[in-house]
Design a binder for this molecule. Sequence first.
Ligand code: NAD
Length: 408
Amino acid sequence: MNKDILCKECDTRLEHLESTGLISSKQRTLMQHPDRVVSTHLVITRDSGELESIPAFRIQDSLARGPGKGGIRFHPDVTAEEVSSLAFVMSLKTALLDVPFGGAKGGAQFNPRDYSKQEIEKIARTYVRSFADVLGPQKDVPAPDVNTTPQIMNWMRDEFETITGQEAPAFITGKSVEEGGSEGRVEATGMGAFMVLQEKFSNKEKSELSVAVQGFGNAGSVLAGLLQDGGYRVVAVSDSKGAIYKEEGLDIEAVTIFKKEGNRISDYTQEGVQHISNEELLELDVDILAPAALGDVITKDNAHNVHSRTIVEVANGPISSDADEVLHKKGIEVIPDLLANAGGVTVSYFEWHQNIYGESWSQEQVFETLQEKMKLAYKQTKDLAQEKNTSLRDAAYTIAIDRITNAQ
Ligand code: NAD
């Protein structure tokens, strides 16, 4: 292996695809390194008057299919390797959904909890000034990620417009609708996952399908609500403090209201509702398990205890690679994150498109267009998996890598 590879985990995946004959060694080499790695230190004056420098990165994994696309993360654990891995996944997602973007990601290594609002604004503006040369609507389009809010997006856009002297709503996505964001972006990730499940189970009576959803945030709560409205039996949901279970199906609307009122899921009570742990939720005997919280929640240590028939990866990387094999042997079908949570980036593309062309789509138009894209990506992935007798994950990677390397 090439020693200076930044994202080892990405190369492990590429190595697997090459060894199974799904990609060529030339494709692996083309995908091994990001197109551009920019790193710097953001120097800011703290409220105390002291100077501080914060490590920061923007990594453009691939620009072959269009401008880079990917969020900016503010977190103490941000490293170049992590940002590179996230940028790699963005390249694959945009390629699989066939939106005309490449993949990128950014990050600044600090804990926003320890900083005042003014300090965070300084960091956001300094980030844009430091990376302005490589960012822009036709170069690389950022978005929110962990700890970066719509308010931070507004500061960043303002800074970019000040530097360039031009209005540039398409500089950044994930804006509020009033600031040029798209209808439907908030629901897009849960909606995209729901659309894929609807395709997969198009011939099934939905009331016969039981579902457990881990994580009741933006993505998980939207998915749970859509599934209930679609007739599925959502038997378990959770947040970080614990899970609830009811065999006949929970009242998701009531749970959503309870959660919005600032309560914890584990404090929800209703007749027939049992309290279980997050670990127990993952091991329930259900038709569909939707991990929608964190990465690496299913590992080789608990994969043997997973009893669902299908897993839909709403979170990024909820299944570790060693667990993947165990699940495959057990005959559990995994709908990979690359496909299952790509609704978010797809609607971000719609936002950029509307900003560039001065359009304003209705929510109906957003979801109709999203559905076409999700349906097609699912069909292409499923067909290739059948043709090559491989997993949906390997098929999704193969399609994406073919598209990226063909464009290089
Ligand atoms: P969020 O912060 O809105 O919600 C996260 C949820 O997970 C919360 O309910 C939280 O209580 C729960 N949680 C946290 N720790 C947990 C634990 N240890 N066990 C169980 N639950 C726990 O986040 P989100 O936007 O819904 O994103 C969820 C996942 O989906 C993340 O992995 C994210 O990367 C991925 N994702 C989100 C989007 C998007 O557009 N929101 C797009 C692509 C991928």
